[in-house]
Design a protein around this ligand. Structure first.
Ligand SMILES: Cc1cc2nc3c(=O)[nH]c(=O)nc-3n(C[C@H](O)[C@H](O)[C@H](O)COP(=O)(O)OP(=O)(O)OC[C@H]3O[C@@H](n4cnc5c(N)ncnc54)[C@H](O)[C@@H]3O)c2cc1C
Length: 307
């Protein structure tokens, strides 16, 4: 399953809890194993953070919630095609992230490409399999293209090729920005990173350029200001890559939290989140694990939603 929207995140939460509910009463050891095996595909920031979060659940939350289950039998696999985790980060950050994850019990398979998933087992590198009821896709998003862009050049991941002012090639009045846009520049010959900053900065630049076009003024090519990259792996463990400074561990983790707190809208939200984080940090718990909206694995929708 994929996780992009808040409802999808809630579905994933339900699925994880439902797996453990099922595992409690499952007597067939193979089926029990599949319910307790979690496979995350793609070791970019999304996959690394998800695998880390699952490991935190395993180590700190689930043993209290399911005392009747042997939680040590829960396996978290992270499968990545590249030779290292966090490939777009510095080698230092990537090595540390791998070390953190392995210490937390995540099983990492590098140089490994997923080929298929049939709902019971995932196949990678053509012949190897892992029995699992849960596959979390963190290996990239695909552009939601609209019909009518026949002249446009579509590249990997369903991204639309644009020029340096985000104008779609082959058109003179259609622009693409953010994740959907693929713009080759001298600094980014393979396109810009698919992160929020790219979308925000391209949106701002295009706004200025549209006004310039209306006023018959020259346009300015997009230039990406890289503010750095961060990924959090777990409690006291994160990696931060800034242009002139790279650091990992607890200070990186505090930096990650501070930046995310800063970007929350409104003082009340910031305060409530900070208090929740402090309580979670000391209590090692994540609140009541109630399944508030059951997830249907077959339809990939919440069970009560109209199909
Ligand atoms: C799990 C996950 C974690 C991430 N974490 C980070 C992070 O920590 N930091 C970071 O910088 N980036 C992160 N990203 C990436 C970041 O979310 C994206 O780069 C960013 O949202 C791109 O913005 P966008 O506006 O281009 O696209 P989106 O945010 O995807 O917005 C596109 C919108 O268009 C709508 N849409 C699509 N088709 C149509 C249509 N035909 N008609 C009308 N509307 C349509 C979609 O519903 C969507 O709301 C993460 C992404 C994922 C999936």
């Amino acid at each position: 399953m994929a996780m992009k929207t808040v409802p999808e995140a809630l579905n994933l939460r339900s699925l994880i809890l439902q797996n453990f509910e099922e595992a409690v009463s499952e007597t067939n050891p193979d089926k029990k194993e599949a319910l307790m095996n979690f496979v995350v595909v793609g070791a970019g920031p999304t996959g690394v953070e998800t695998a880390g979060a699952l490991s935190e659940l395993k180590n700190h939350v689930l043993p209290n919630d399911y005392p009747e289950l042997d939680i040590s039998k829960m396996n978290i696999y992270l499968i990545e095609g590249e030779p290292r985790v966090l490939a777009p980060f510095s080698t230092q950050a990537s090595a540390k992230a791998k070390e953190f994850l392995e210490k937390m019990g995540v099983k990492i398979f590098l140089h490994s490409r997923v080929n298929a998933y049939d709902g019971e087992k995932i196949t990678y590198n053509d012949i190897l399999t892992i029995p699992t009821k849960t596959v979390i896709w963190g290996a990239g998003v695909k552009g939601a293209l609209i019909p009518g862009l026949d002249n446009a050049e579509i590249v990997r991941g369903g991204r639309i090729k644009t020029n340096e002012i985000n104008l779609i090639q082959g058109f003179n009045n259609i622009f693409a920005i953010g994740d959907l846009a693929y713009m080759e520049t001298k600094d980014f010959p393979h396109g810009h990173p698919g992160v929020a900053q790219t979308a925000i900065q391209q949106g701002q630049q295009l706004g200025v350029n549209l006004i310039n076009i209306i006023n018959n003024k020259p346009t300015k090519p997009f230039w990406y200001f890289d503010k750095g990259s961060m990924a959090t792996i777990g409690r006291n463990k994160a990696v931060v890559d800034l242009k002139f400074w790279r650091f990992q561990g607890i200070f990186a983790w505090l930096t990650w939290m501070f930046i995310h707190l800063l970007f929350l809208v409104g003082f009340r939200n910031k305060l409530v989140t900070l208090i929740n984080w402090i309580v979670n940090y000391f209590s090692y718990d994540r609140g009541t694990s109630v399944i508030i909206r059951k997830f249907n694995r077959e339809t990939m929708k919440e069970a009560d939603a109209a199909v």
